[in-house]
Design a binder for this molecule. Structure first.
Ligand SMILES: Cc1cc2nc3c(=O)[nH]c(=O)nc-3n(C[C@H](O)[C@H](O)[C@H](O)COP(=O)(O)O)c2cc1C
Length: 210
């Protein structure tokens, strides 16, 4: 495989110094809406990085489900690998890559579980199959084979729609943003980078060299 000659120029946009004075959540919202408007599948997907108890990083894709009070909200199984990582070290990094807009977005901060009423509301807003899937799957645990997994789902299918309950080990997390960095590709690798850090007096912003 030869990859050395794969390259492109980044020409889709720019981020001028006025961004230094903008509210990072407004800018994030505008960028995400612009990306969603392209019609791309899973536009809200981001790579969630966690760090395990021995300091090993790990990452996986999850879907952003809300932005509330300066936090990114996503849902998962609290007993999964990521759940164990976050129990040991409640900090996470969210990485969005929006290639058609030549943008990258990095957000990091402390993580907390959302309250159970919010998790219940989201759980019951999901299609019934997804609710049953969350009940059936002990996420990240090994299983003997696909047939055993199907049996677990069939057991969840016997639960009447009105009886479905969110498992206590499934729910939302909120990543409270402490740092947000916007990256816009530019020609000749002279990209724009604006990084916001949350301080006691609000957000402070700097331009970083590419
Ligand atoms: C497009 C896409 C969206 C996903 N969304 C979620 C999600 O919102 N929540 C989730 O728990 N897993 C989601 N997954 C699965 C995760 O990437 C991962 O396989 C799973 O959460 C187990 O990760 P862990 O073992 O590191 O905990 C998604 C995967 C993809 C590819």
């Amino acid at each position: 495989m030869r990859l050395n000659d794969d390259r492109k120029e980044y020409v889709a946009g720019s981020l001028d110094d006025s961004a230094l004075f903008s509210d990072p959540w407004s800018l994030f919202g505008a960028w995400l809406e612009e990306y969603r408007a392209t019609g791309v599948a899973d536009a809200t997907a981001f790579a969630l990085s966690t760090v395990g108890p021995l300091g090993q990083p790990d990452a996986r894709i999850v879907l952003l489900k809300d932005v509330q009070d300066g936090s990114l909200i996503f849902y998962t199984n609290y007993a999964s690998k990521k759940g164990h990582d976050l129990a040991a070290n409640p900090y996470a990094h969210a990485l969005f890559f929006w290639p058609s807009l030549e943008r990258q977005m990095r957000i990091s901060g402390k993580v907390e579980k959302v309250d159970s009423a919010m998790s219940d509301a989201y759980f019951h807003s999901r299609p019934l199959g997804s609710q049953r899937g969350a009940i059936a799957s002990a996420q990240s645990q090994p299983i003997s084979g696909r047939p055993a997994l199907e049996l677990q789902f069939e057991a969840a299918e016997t639960i009447a729609a009105t009886e479905l309950q969110r498992p206590a080990h499934w729910g939302g997390y909120a990543i409270r943003a402490e740092r947000m960095e916007f990256w816009q590709g530019r020609p000749s690798r002279m990209h724009d980078r604006i990084a916001f850090t949350h301080t006691e007096s609000g957000w402070s912003a700097v331009r970083l060299q590419p």
